[in-house]
Design a protein around this ligand. Structure first.
Ligand code: MTE
Length: 336
């Protein structure tokens, strides 16, 4: 985001190491620093993701579990970004500002026990624990495009439940105009929260927000999984937001707090650089970011290094039919 991304950010297929070579080199690499071992781990994860299991290094690789959910019947035709790319090319600054750092540094992240508190302007505040997250509401698959403001995009089969279901449960009152979200603050587990260089200069905890009507929109998802399994930590375990018509930075990860508010809440990237990042952050090909044209995007797909996968960016990331009404009469270049 604020830090320039390298021109060639996608994973090279050669990053995926054969398991026998991996095992042979492991003891040698153990003597290297944490990051050296981490790079090896991301290779192992990438390999096992494509094979559909994580057994290569069960003692150090975070364990995901299968979920029961209903299939997305509308979007099976979308070409999905391969799972190993989804889980190894991440933005999660609490674990480092480089794309490969979250998978390297997040594998020992603890998600159970977990508490998610929903409070503020509502009649029935509640606190959910780890098991509630996957058991309280029926889980559905949602195959969505994810568009990062850095001009790359993916197609990800998320598993989750509508944020609206959760909000209805706490019964917002008439003063509830906005919804604020907060990521866990735990610098012992999330080294970027204390180390300014690693964490990109962000003041933690990471916070985000939506207007209440955006939060209640049926597209807005609380995600607990992807590709049929619980979320890996680098993608925001155990629960994150997914707002597919907004730039990816709105989709806050590893949430511990949701608060209904009367006033618009502060949001992380807007606090850091208000001229670059707004509260709304709706995907808008006609409003460029100072450093990245938003007219087109690079779709991270199964193609190799030289695959031609630059595509035009669509207003609201292609979800205009479902959400454009929310912004009737607003100047979206002013409210970026
Ligand atoms: N949430 C937290 N807590 N910290 C972050 O750094 N990065 C955001 C968003 N959520 C971020 C976050 C950004 S910039 C993007 S593009 C998406 O997560 C990336 O999600 P992914 O890594 O699952 O693709």
């Amino acid at each position: 985001m604020l830090i320039k991304t390298p021109k060639n950010f996608s994973l090279k297929d050669s990053d995926v190491t054969d398991e026998s070579i991996y095992r042979e080199r492991r003891s040698l690499l153990k003597q290297m620093g944490f990051l050296g071992a981490g790079a090896l781990m991301s290779s192992a994860i990438a390999k096992n993701a494509s094979a559909g299991f994580f057994s290569a290094d069960a003692d150090t690789v975070f364990q995901t579990t299968g979920l029961d959910y209903s299939k997305d019947t509308l979007n099976q035709g979308l070409l999905k970004t391969p799972e190993q790319k989804v889980i190894t090319h991440n933005n999660f600054y609490e674990f480092g500002s480089k794309k490969n750092q979250p998978v390297e540094l997040a594998q020992s992240f603890k998600v159970d026990p977990w508490q998610l508190k929903i409070s503020g302007e509502c009649d029935n505040p509640i606190t959910l624990d780890h098991d509630d997250l996957t058991r309280l509401f029926p889980l559905e698959e949602r195959i969505y495009r994810l568009r990062c403001v850095e001009a790359w995009s993916m197609v990800i089969p998320w598993i989750g439940f509508p944020l609206a279901s959760l909000l209805k449960k706490v019964a917002p009152n008439s003063r509830a105009k906005y919804v604020a979200f907060e990521t866990l603050y735990d610098p012992k587990q999330m080294p970027g929260q204390e180390n300014r260089r690693l964490g990109g200069g962000i003041k933690y905890p990471y916070v985000e927000g939506l207007r209440i009507d955006e939060a209640m929109n049926p597209l807005t998802l609380m995600s607990v999984g992807l590709y049929g399994k619980t979320l890996p930590p680098q993608n925001g375990a155990p629960i994150r937001l997914v707002v597919p018509w907004k730039y990816g930075f709105k989709s806050i990860k590893s949430i511990v707090g949701i608060k209904l508010l009367e006033q618009q809440p502060p949001t992380t990237w807007k606090k850091l650089a208000p001229r670059e990042y707004g509260f709304y952050a709706n995907v808008n090909p006609n409003h460029d970011h100072p450093r990245w044209s938003q007219a087109s995007e690079r779709r991270i797909s199964s193609g190799g290094l030289f695959a031609r996968n630059r595509i035009a960016t669509l207003p609201f990331n292609g979800y205009g039919e479902e959400v454009a009404d929310l912004y009737q009469g607003m100047n979206l270049s002013k409210h970026y």
